[in-house]
Every structure is written in structure tokens, then in C-alpha cells.
Write a protein that binds this ligand. Structure first.
Ligand SMILES: Cc1ncc(COP(=O)(O)O)c(C=O)c1O
Length: 370
């Protein structure tokens, strides 16, 4: 590509690389010619699947997909407003949180504004910032955790937005309530704090902050949640943001008109109310977490205790070497290389069967490196 061709693209693109998702099962099968079992614990999906009631409701609306959806998610908005003791005007919906991250950035960040992003964390914060012409200010984690005081130290006159991924992806750690409160108290009023709570429903830690309480006090927080994780609807894409109504009014001006599709809106309404299914998913998750903790300990592997549905573990071997060997055994996990941790992997907590398969294959492969 000549220099002239390069200049045709937006400036920020030169410093970006494509997002690398967990390797899809079909791709692994095709590339390696694997016939046997493949277990994919790479994208923090719900291994059980969505509520059967949600599936039934979604099937019921398939005959209506010739019509555009209700862009404002009228029914879901009302249901969520009641559940969270907010008003319908506090909500904005998108095609997954992935779609809401650029929306919040594009609503607030002007060219040259600084956006504070802990690292390692979710890659989309940086991508959206760069493409909006903002300047990412990266604050490294300490002990795998985001620390409010470190974030505070990075705040300057140009700071516009702060991303806090809570629990953090890929480490699974939380920023505790006291830390968030001190941070919010110390911040200038014109700084917006975006709390990405994609894994909110998995958290059991007593110190996890009630970010909604901050929002109810009209503080500058935007809370992002998703139907992709505990509700098991990742393939259909639905996320929602909660923010002060005056913020939502501005976001509504640039949100995609029909980002939340008709099928997922119907499914989400059922998924939200199906407590029995959510309890079942949580139970499988909790037990799986303990099994993986014990299994990793038995293999002498250090890991970061998690509040999400994945575990960040130090496998002790460069993933450049280990990852291909695991793939050959039918195990797909997420190498830590992209986050600057070449010997780490992020492992999604699976079903009992998947967890066992993973631990067995890992033990076999690790022996080859001893
Ligand atoms: C922290 C975080 N935020 C957002 C997302 C994307 O969520 P969604 O599927 O709603 O786009 C993910 C997905 O893994 C995530 O880990």
C-alpha cells in the first residue's frame, strides 16, 4: 500500500489492531482437522445456555422478524426500571456492551480529551477512545487489581472519562465499594466514570460496590450490563446502559436506531424473570469454580481468585508453545499474550464435564514441557 493510500484512512487506525476473539470451534476443527471433542473455554460464555422459557418466547416471535424491532425496547426498559428502582429514562440499549462502549465515548469524548483506562482490561475501551480522537491514559493494575488511588493520580485537566471494568476482564478482580466511593468523591464533576459490569451477576464478594446507588444520587456514573453472560444470550447481542437521564438524552441522539433486535428483546424479558434458571447457572458456575481452583492447585498453577466466570492463571509456559498443544487436544482457552502476560491464560469456567476435560488435557500437555 502506497503512502497516499494509507492517508485515506482515519488517523487513529494506524495505532490499532483487530480484536482477537477466542478461537471458534469450527475454525479449530477446520484448521487442525480434529474429529474428536473440542471444549472452548475462551470467551466467557454461559456454558449452560439461555433459559428454556426465553428460547420458547424467542421462537414465538420468529414469524415477526420482517418488522423492525421497537428501537427503545419499551417493555424491557420498563421491566429493568422496576427491577433497578430507576426510571425508564435512565436506560439505553445496544447491540451488546460492545456497541455501547463506542456510544458512550462518542457522546462525551472530544478530540484531545484524555480517557483513563486500566491495563490489562477490556480492549474495546482503547479502540473506541483512539477512534474518537481521544488520548488513552493507561494505568497499570497492581496485584491484578484496579486501584482507585492510581486512577486518581492519573486524572488531569484533560481527563473526560474513566473506564472501570468491575469485575475486571481478564483478571476477574473487583474494585471494592470503599475504593469506588473515594474515587467518585475525589473526581472533578466533569469526569464521567463508566462502570463495565458485564459480569455483575456472578459476583459474590461482600465488598462489591452498589454502583446503582451512586447513579441514584445523580453521580457521573454510567453502568453497562449485558445479556451475554449469565443470561446466556451472547449470540443475539443485547446490552444496556444506565445513566442520568440527561446523559441518556444525548446518547439517544447517536445510538443505532434498531441495535436491539426483536428476537433478543423477547428472550431477554423471559431470561430476566427466570430465577430458577439463573440459580441453576450460578450453582454450576460456583461448583465449577471450586473444581478448577482445586485442579489448578493440584497442578501447582497460580491463579487470581475470581469474581467473574473466568480464571486468569499463570500456566508457567509461554502460550506461544502451550496454546497450540492444547488446541491439538481439543482445548481452546484464551492466551494472556494479548494482555502482556505470555505465560498466563484466561479460562472460562465451564460445565463439570468441560472443566474435567480441560484439567485432564492440561495435565497431559504440561507433562510434555517438564
Ligand atoms: C468486560 C466486558 N465488557 C463487555 C463485553 C462485551 O459484552 P457484550 O457481549 O454485551 O457485547 C465483554 C465480553 O466478553 C466483557 O468481558
Amino acid at each position: 500500500m502506497g503512502q497516499e493510500d494509507k492517508n485515506i484512512f482515519r488517523k487513529g487506525l494506524a495505532e490499532l489492531t483487530p480484536y482477537i476473539p477466542g478461537k471458534p470451534v469450527e475454525e479449530v476443527r477446520r484448521e487442525l482437522g480434529l474429529k474428536g471433542r473440542i471444549v472452548r473455554l475462551a470467551s466467557n460464555e454461559n456454558p449452560i445456555g439461555p433459559s428454556p422459557k426465553a428460547i420458547a418466547r424467542m421462537k414465538g416471535v420468529l414469524g415477526e422478524v420482517n418488522f423492525y424491532p421497537n428501537g427503545g425496547c419499551f417493555e424491557l426498559r420498563a421491566a429493568l426500571a422496576e427491577r433497578h428502582a430507576l426510571t425508564p429514562g435512565h436506560f439505553v440499549f445496544g447491540n451488546g456492551v460492545d456497541n455501547l462502549i463506542p456510544l458512550v465515548v462518542n457522546t462525551f469524548v472530544n478530540s484531545g480529551d484524555e480517557v483513563i483506562i486500566p491495563i490489562p482490561s477490556f480492549a474495546a475501551y482503547r479502540t473506541s477512545t483512539v477512534i474518537a480522537g481521544g488520548a488513552p491514559v493507561e494505568v497499570p493494575l497492581r496485584d491484578f487489581q484496579i486501584h482507585g488511588e492510581d486512577i486518581c493520580r492519573a486524572v488531569g485537566p484533560k481527563t473526560k472519562m474513566i473506564f472501570i471494568c468491575n469485575p475486571n476482564n481478564p483478571t476477574g478482580t473487583i474494585m471494592p465499594a470503599g475504593d469506588l466511593k473515594s474515587l467518585l468523591t475525589a473526581l472533578p464533576r466533569e469526569v464521567v466514570v463508566v462502570m463495565d459490569e458485564a459480569y455483575y451477576e456472578y459476583v459474590g464478594h461482600p465488598c462489591y460496590p452498589d454502583s446503582l446507588a451512586h447513579l441514584r444520587k445523580n453521580e457521573n456514573v454510567i453502568i453497562l450490563r449485558t445479556f451475554s453472560k449469565i443470561f446466556g444470550l451472547a449470540g443475539l447481542r443485547l446490552g444496556y446502559g444506565m445513566a442520568r437521564p440527561d446523559y441518556v438524552t444525548e446518547m439517544e441522539k447517536i445510538r443505532e436506531p434498531f441495535a436491539a433486535n426483536r428476537v433478543v428483546q423477547a428472550g431477554a424479558l423471559e431470561a430476566l424473570e427466570d430465577y430458577e434458571h439463573i440459580c441453576f447457572v450460578k450453582d454450576v458456575h460456583e461448583k465449577g469454580k471450586q473444581v478448577l481452583y482445586r485442579g489448578l492447585e493440584d497442578l501447582g498453577i497460580d491463579f487470581v481468585p475470581t469474581e467473574a466466570n473466568f480464571i486468569f492463571a499463570d500456566l508457567g509456559v509461554d502460550m506461544e508453545c502451550l496454546f497450540p498443544q492444547l488446541l491439538k487436544k481439543g482445548v481452546v482457552i484464551r492466551p494472556g499474550t494479548a494482555w502482556g502476560y505470555p505465560a498466563f491464560a484466561r479460562i472460562t469456567i465451564g460445565t463439570p464435564d468441560q472443566n474435567k476435560f480441560f484439567l485432564d488435557q492440561l495435565a497431559t500437555v504440561l507433562k510434555e514441557f517438564q
